[in-house]
Design a protein around this ligand. Structure first.
Ligand code: PXP
Length: 244
């Protein structure tokens, strides 16, 4: 089974459009949990255009009410981000190298260039018992120094897989298989998450071929599906795939 963490950023975007509290993010997150989500993910960006920093404690309080539900905060580890995450103490933090104005995360860490930076930041979170995942490209050559950096997990950036899935799904997955095999052999203590552009079409093939993926975080497609199918049916459909 793979955990389904629902990224609620896009619900927050709709809320923010009217400057009021509809939909209420805690209620929506609770519904996601009631319908089967194993966790809630947020990606607060410096301009707070989707999730706001004031949402973090409220979602943490919600996930605290459930024994097995995890809270994952993603973002670029600026000093401000680090302090806010340490204040909230989520179950997991996912470090992403995107600049403040990025539309969405679009590449993983270069572990050679950022070895020292990542090692320091990861140590700070680990000392506070927060599991740390780092966002990576499906490319072994970007993964040097992992023995020094020591993340608990890596999150596979699945944009390339999703983009190429319709053309040739075996080819689309090849670099992901290569990276996960490499990590399994060389760094068996590091486990994997995956995310970005996963949807009801491409998710099953990914998890069937890399069943060791611990968690997928899914936002955009799930919110789009719920416009069509409703939130309950949508979450149940994703959950049916991840729990296989
Ligand atoms: N993982 C990371 C690091 C992300 O930044 C995002 C988007 O915020 C996701 C996963 C989820 O991607 P999507 O919204 O395409 O499902």
């Amino acid at each position: 089974m793979t955990a389904l963490s629902i990224n609620v950023n896009k619900f927050a975007l709709i809320r923010n459009a009217r400057g009021a509290d509809m939909p209420n993010l805690v209620n929506i997150s609770k519904k996601c949990i009631d319908y089967g989500a194993d966790g809630i993910t947020v990606h607060p960006r410096p301009d707070e255009r989707h999730v706001k920093y004031t949402d973090l404690h409220e979602i943490k309080d919600l996930t605290n009410d459930f024994k097995k539900i995890e809270f994952n905060i993603e973002g670029y580890p600026s000093d401000d981000f680090i302090n806010r995450v340490l204040d909230v103490l989520p179950d997991q933090v996912t470090l992403v190298p995107d600049p403040p104005e990025a539309l969405t995360s679009s590449f993983g860490w270069d572990c050679e260039k950022y070895q020292e930076f990542l090692t320091d930041v990861i140590n700070r979170f680990k000392k506070n018992n927060i599991r740390v995942s780092i966002f990576i490209n499906p490319s072994i050559k970007t993964l040097s120094n992992l023995e020094i950096i020591k993340p608990d997990r890596v999150e596979l950036y699945t944009y390339d897989y999703a983009r190429n899935y319709a053309v040739n799904k075996t080819k689309a997955l090849a670099s992901y298989i290569e990276v996960t095999e490499y990590l399994r052999k060389e760094f068996s203590q590091i486990s994997f998450n995956a995310g970005h552009d996963l949807n009801l079409n491409n998710l099953e093939y990914l998890l069937k071929n890399i069943p060791t993926i611990e968690e997928v975080s899914i936002g955009h497609a799930l919110v789009c599906d719920s416009i069509d199918l409703g939130l309950k049916q949508t979450v149940e459909k994703y959950k049916k795939i991840t729990k296989k």
